[in-house]
Design a protein around this ligand. Structure first.
Ligand SMILES: *Cc1c(COP(=O)(O)O)cnc(C)c1O
Length: 371
């Protein structure tokens, strides 16, 4: 008999350099680890909305009768509603199942082996994972002490292979936005400037930079319904692109990529905007209350935020972050901790309901009593 030994098949080498993206812990995993039942947990580690979508969204999802058919590949109705919401013509809009996927597609359109993107840590780390997957690398230009981006340093760091400058505004996790002046300066470099506006609805300038996109060949704005609209579980986002990039994005997408439920939920959210914007307003007010409460604990140094989250430094001379973590976890509260060296003594709290803020406050007060 002859034995057949198959030639080994190798994956692309850049995958060996790439770890898996680790999101905030899930309720199920936290529950298994702590023994606290899922129903008792308060999830403040993923910047999700504590309110969820408008009741009309749930109703429309339940009443829809043709889930047996594929959705409209052109997403005409949703693009029209988004055009009214953003003030930008619908030919600039691309829909996908979350803005993460749009970032993924965009990077695959532009990046090939040896290219790079420029990013300003601490920021959203998914940008790095996708870049590595493309065989490209990240040029990191750290933020200044006040967490503002350093435009001069960015311009100096650019190489001929730099295809994309990525800016998150407001920035996850530091909570501060980029200024229009900085965006305009960076557009002059001719590189693609991608502004991730996942949290823009919570900011002082909720219209963001969308209106500038039609005037530039190299500005892209990414948006999502995951945070402000309470639709993280339905996976729906959009981007605003210059015309010439739209057709490449469309080519890169799989047919029927965006599910019908996501379409329906987004359209109904926009049809009943008052409801959702009222919830956004409550979250913004709660953010300010949470900020003062955190500030009242002497070992915490929270950063002012324009997102639905607050990043706070823990002064480890006064209090170990591990003790803070244990105290809030005993109360069933999930917060976001970081492995990155920039953020090892920081914790990020999603703004929840007023009673969630109260529980955090109580857990911290108890912790101080036992110290
Ligand atoms: C949450 C978040 C997103 C949203 O991703 P979706 O895929 O739309 O859920 C995008 N960018 C940043 C910085 C985020 O924090």
């Amino acid at each position: 008999m002859y034995s057949y030994s198959p030639r080994p098949v190798h994956v692309r080498p850049e995958l060996d350099r790439m770890a898996e993206y680790i999101p905030g812990e899930s309720l199920e995993s936290f529950s298994a680890r702590t023994g606290i039942p899922v129903e008792k947990l308060i999830k403040l580690n993923g910047n999700e909305s504590p309110y969820g979508p408008a009741p009309q969204v749930i109703e429309a999802l339940g009443n829809h009768l043709s889930y047996n058919n594929y959705p409209d590949t052109e997403s005409r109705a949703l693009k029209q509603a988004l055009s009214a919401y953003t003030g930008v013509d619908s030919r600039h809009i691309v829909i996908s199942h979350g803005s993460n996927e749009l970032i993924n597609l965009l990077y695959h359109i532009f990046l090939t082996v040896g290219d790079n993107i420029l990013s300003c840590p601490p920021t959203f780390t998914l940008y790095t994972f996708i870049t590595t997957f493309c065989g490209a690398y990240v040029l990191e230009v750290p933020r200044a002490d006040d967490y503002e981006i350093d435009v001069e340093a960015i311009i100096k760091a650019l190489t001929p292979e730099t295809k994309i400058i990525v800016l998150c505004s407001p920035n996850n996790p530091t909570g501060n936005p980029v200024s229009e002046e900085d965006v305009l300066t960076l557009l002059d470099t001719g590189r693609i400037v991608m502004v991730d506006e996942a949290y823009v609805e919570f900011s002082h300038n909720p219209k963001g930079f969308a209106h500038l996109v039609p005037q530039y060949r190299n500005l892209i704005v990414m948006r999502t319904f995951s945070k402000w609209a309470g639709l993280a579980g339905l996976r729906i986002g959009y981007g605003i692109f210059p015309d010439w990039i739209v057709s490449y994005m469309r080519r890169a997408q799989c047919p029927f990529e965006v599910n019908l439920a996501g379409h329906i939920a987004a359209i109904e959210t926009l049809n009943h905007l008052d409801y959702t914007l009222d919830k956004v307003q409550r979250i913004v007010e709660e953010r300010e209350r949470l900020f003062s409460i955190l500030q009242s604990h002497r070992y915490l140094d929270p950063l002012p935020s324009q997102g639905n989250f607050i990043l706070t430094r823990v002064d480890e001379d006064e209090m170990k972050i591990e003790h803070v973590k244990q105290a809030v976890e005993r109360s069933g509260i999930l917060l976001r901790y970081f492995h990155h060296p920039y953020l090892s003594n920081y914790v990020r709290l999603t703004v929840g309901l007023p009673e969630h803020t109260d529980l955090i406050h109580q857990a911290l007060l108890q912790l101080e009593e036992y110290k």
